[in-house]
Design a protein around this ligand. Structure first.
Ligand SMILES: [Zn+2]
Length: 257
């Protein structure tokens, strides 16, 4: 057994026996790990509120070799993301973000870039108003797909390489833009408005903070959001159905009021 210190974000928890819980975290140095937090459900637990969903904490845990469940000994809040936790719509968005990390990444595979993306996205959700949440999620999805090797090809037609700036299509199977001549060679292609293509390229090039400050929800952000959600489902959905995405799509139409 060895002792380790790192930072991590709580992705999911579940009760274990009377007073303990199992916590799944995405950590800076060890990737996704599962730990037992003994006594964490007792009223005066030493863990306090550091194991609430989406909290980012500094942790110390004991790692058991050849086991996939370790023991948490200490946890201290670094980022509570209070505004996020107070808003049920923000929680729905954060659930999609957390579930994607949990389902798409294998256990205990370190990925510092992904950890940074996760914490930056939670910070931006915390800061956002409700009309900015859609572009924050789209920006995250695009960056996440890129990091895990499923990033769509947006520079030119993915089949023939021709420049596409107007009248573009997006091939969900081909994995990127298609020109007019190539679009019917992908059985699952969707037409893309020029504004949506512009936004897609901006999401790719800019930071999440920058797109959040510049964009509110409109028909183009919705078009991009629907496209990216379909793309996530077509690329990875078979093996990892993102349940919280279905829930989010049901509630988001009433969420801007
Ligand atoms: Zn083409």
């Amino acid at each position: 057994m060895s002792i380790h210190r790192t930072h991590g974000v709580v992705l999911r928890t579940r009760k274990m026996r009377e007073s303990s819980k199992i916590v799944i975290l995405f950590t800076r140095d060890y990737g996704k790990i599962s730990v037992v937090a003994r006594g964490s459900l007792k009223p005066k637990s030493k863990f306090g509120s550091s194991l609430e969903l989406f909290t980012r904490s500094a942790i110390i845990f004991y790692k058991k070799e050849n086991r996939d469940l370790h023991t948490l000994s200490h946890s201290e809040i670094l980022s509570p993301y209070k505004q996020l936790k107070r808003d049920v719509v923000k929680v729905a968005y954060a659930s999609v973000i957390g579930e994607m990390v949990e389902r798409l990444l294998p256990a205990e595979q370190p990925n510092r870039s992904l950890y940074n993306l996760l914490t930056e996205t939670l910070k931006q959700i915390d800061l956002a108003n409700r009309t900015q949440l859609e572009v924050v999620l789209s920006s995250y999805e695009l960056k996440l797909l890129r990091l895990i090797g499923y990033g769509p090809h947006l520079a030119s037609c993915v089949r023939c390489g021709r420049q596409v700036n107007q009248g573009a299509w997006f091939g969900l199977i081909s994995g990127g833009l298609l020109c007019r001549a190539c679009h019917d060679r992908d059985l699952n292609s969707v037409g893309l408005s020029n504004k949506a293509l512009e936004l897609l390229r901006e999401l790719e090039a800019e930071s999440i903070a920058s797109v959040r400050e510049r964009h509110s929800s409109d028909q183009y952000s919705r078009e991009v959001s629907n496209l990216l959600n379909s793309f996530v489902r077509s690329q990875v959905g078979e093996t990892a159905k993102i349940k919280s995405l279905d829930f989010l799509e049901r509630i988001r139409d009433v969420s801007y009021q």
